[in-house]
Design a protein around this ligand. Structure first.
Ligand code: FPP
Length: 246
């Protein structure tokens, strides 16, 4: 069934270079089944596998997943512990598979706030997958877009104060080079699950011209097929980047 969609994607030809996803609705998925919230996050790991495989199949170059925001540190301690354990479990289970599929993983965010076990796990997955060439997977953890932009502004100010940079040379390129996402093109497509119409402090700079796709599907139910439907919808959109159609 989803292979039929994949064929249609290939016929069209133009696939997003970079897809960003706000994975939302784990809590509601769990509540709907009278389960504790952490079990919703656990089920969300399956959808992470689905979209990674879908991006490999469709030959999307970069996938950025919003896994844990800086604002999420305000959740109850038990839920934060469960999410951090899940991250360690995910990495322990998947690192070999990711390396074999040539996925290179980067973690974007304030890693210094992670507990030692989670920090070791993320350092391990980045080191062990560094040579992947098929898909760049960005896991945004302890990530806030405003904090990322602030960090870039600070780096520019430090370079200017030290005489390494003339303030008149500060252009959009100079800012973009100091963001976590410097090595990759901006996302072409932003997917948000669970129906919420918000960007939630995710990649605010980088999403300037992204196509937005919001689906009511809760994250744990999101499959490769849903990803392909989003890509097909993207292929139907007309992107003008502020210009007019001739
Ligand atoms: C939002 O749902 C989701 C999160 C805060 C966590 C996302 C984490 C995963 C999908 C787990 C696996 C991922 C990795 C990379 C290990 P919510 O809790 O805000 O849901 P709600 O809005 O329904 O309450």
């Amino acid at each position: 069934m989803s292979d039929d969609l994949l064929r249609r994607i290939r016929v069209h030809g133009s696939v997003p270079s970079h897809i960003a996803i706000i994975m939302d609705g784990n809590g509601r998925w769990a509540r709907g089944r009278a389960l504790p919230r952490p079990l919703g996050h656990h089920a969300g790991m399956g959808a992470v596998r689905e979209v990674i495989q879908g991006c490999l199949d469709a030959q999307v170059g970069v996938l950025s997943l919003f896994a844990f925001s800086q604002e999420n540190w305000q959740r109850p301690a038990g839920e934060i512990d469960a999410l951090m354990s899940l991250l360690e479990e995910y990495i322990a289970r998947e690192v070999d598979n990711l390396r074999e599929k040539r996925v290179s993983v980067r973690i974007l965010g304030e890693l210094d706030r992670l507990a030692p076990g989670a920090r070791q796990a993320v350092d391990r997955v980045m080191a062990e997958t560094a040579h992947g060439t098929e898909l760049a997977l960005n896991l945004c953890i302890s990530y806030s877009s405003r904090a990322e932009i602030t960090r870039a502004a600070r780096a520019l100010a430090e370079d200017a104060a030290a005489g390494r940079l003339d303030p008149s040379d500060i252009d959009e390129e100079a800012v973009a080079r100091r963001l976590y996402t410097a090595p990759w093109p901006d996302p072409d497509l932003l997917i948000r699950t669970s129906g919420e119409m918000r960007i939630s402090n995710f990649l605010l700079w980088q999403l300037a011209y992204a196509e937005l796709y919001v689906t009511p599907v809760l994250w744990p139910d999101f499959t490769r097929r849903h990803l392909f439907e989003a890509i097909l919808e993207f292929q139907r959109r007309e992107r003008r980047f502020g210009r007019v159609t001739v």
